[in-house]
Structures are given as C-alpha cells and as structure tokens.
Design a protein around this ligand. Structure first.
Ligand code: MN
Length: 137
C-alpha cells in the first residue's frame, strides 16, 4: 500500500425517506478494514434537513459553507456556521440541516461499527414544530 488518490464517486441524492428537501452527498473516503472510518461531504439546499437518526459510533460534522442547525433530542438547537465542528455521541437521536433560507455544506466523519449493528438508524421525519422557522441572527 502507498499513498494514493482515491477514486471520485458520483454525487448522490439523499433518499426521500431519510431527508426532507434536496440533499446531495459525495463519499470522499471509506476505510478498508481494520479502518471503518467514513468521510462524506453533504450539501443541503435551503430548508433541507435529515430525519431523526442515530449513529452507532457517533458522528463529527465540520461546516464548510452556509448556515444551518444540529439538535439532539430534548436539547437546545445549535446554530452552525462555516468552521464549526460538532460531535454527536454514539446512539444519540439528532438531526442536522440547512437554515430555512440558506444552503448548508458540511463534512461528515463517522465510523461503521465492528459488528452487525447498522451504521445509522433512521427514525421519524421532523414535524413542522420541530424544524425551526428562522435563525436567531
Ligand atoms: Mn447525524
């Protein structure tokens, strides 16, 4: 093995059952065992956001462009701006996505679990009350 440029993968549309609105992602890296690391760029159009979900081994987001939110169930809304890095622990229900009137792009870094457990468990879509109608600033 030596240092190598990784193959480019096509931009994929986020499935409707997992996302509200139009979301696109690029898989930049998926480690081969024993590495289980995953790196994606995720681009949300204004107002687009994930459904509630959990990650088996947690997830780190790094915002590259735009404005948006991340929120864990029962916790305060966190506003996202370029340069922000946020971590969600393993098994915690949360959502993330764009502000209503802004694009959001973030890198997403996570690990696949070692066993048969799914990487991500998807739950309900956000209700109209759960998605914020505006940013504070
Ligand atoms: Mn997540």
């Amino acid at each position: 093995m030596s240092t190598s440029t990784q193959p480019k993968t096509p931009t994929a549309k986020g499935p409707e059952e997992w996302f509200d609105g139009d979301v696109y992602f690029n898989s930049y890296y998926a480690g081969q065992e024993p590495s289980r690391v995953r790196l994606n760029l995720v681009r949300f159009t204004p107002g687009a956001h994930t459904a509630w979900h959990t990650h088996a081994v947690g997830q780190t987001l790094h915002v590259t462009e735009g404005a948006g939110f991340v929120q864990s169930r029962g916790q305060e809304l966190i506003e996202l701006r370029p340069g922000d890095t946020v971590h969600t622990p393993a098994g915690e229900w949360h959502w993330h996505g764009a502000a209503p009137d802004q694009f959001l792009s973030h890198l997403a870094l996570w690990e696949a679990p070692a066993g048969d457990e799914p990487e991500t468990v998807w739950g309900d879509k956000l209700t109209a009350d759960e998605y914020p109608s505006a940013r504070k600033d």
